[in-house]
Design a protein. Structure first.
Length: 79
């Protein structure tokens, strides 16, 4: 049982063996747990996170210098 709990606690760290970009690290320091990445529109990279049991979506700009948190809409007003 203890091994399972320890493994679950380490999953976020295992999932992100690669180094997070500085803007995403800054958001993580505010208490957001990064869960996984995804390909986002416009050449951005997306990150799914969790903060106080709420989902958080973060988008990293293509140059890797800025992170944006929130909803993304297209010209048809769909996410």
């Amino acid at each position: 049982m203890l091994k399972k709990i320890l493994l679950l606690a380490l999953l976020p760290a295992i999932a992100f063996a690669e180094e997070l970009p500085a803007p995403v690290k800054a958001i993580e320091k505010q208490g957001i747990t990064i869960i996984k990445t995804f390909d986002a529109p416009g050449g951005m990279k997306g990150y799914l996170g969790k903060y106080q049991d709420m989902g958080v979506t973060i988008y990293l700009t293509p140059d890797g210098k800025h992170a944006i948190s929130g909803y993304m809409y297209n010209e048809k007003v769909k996410t």
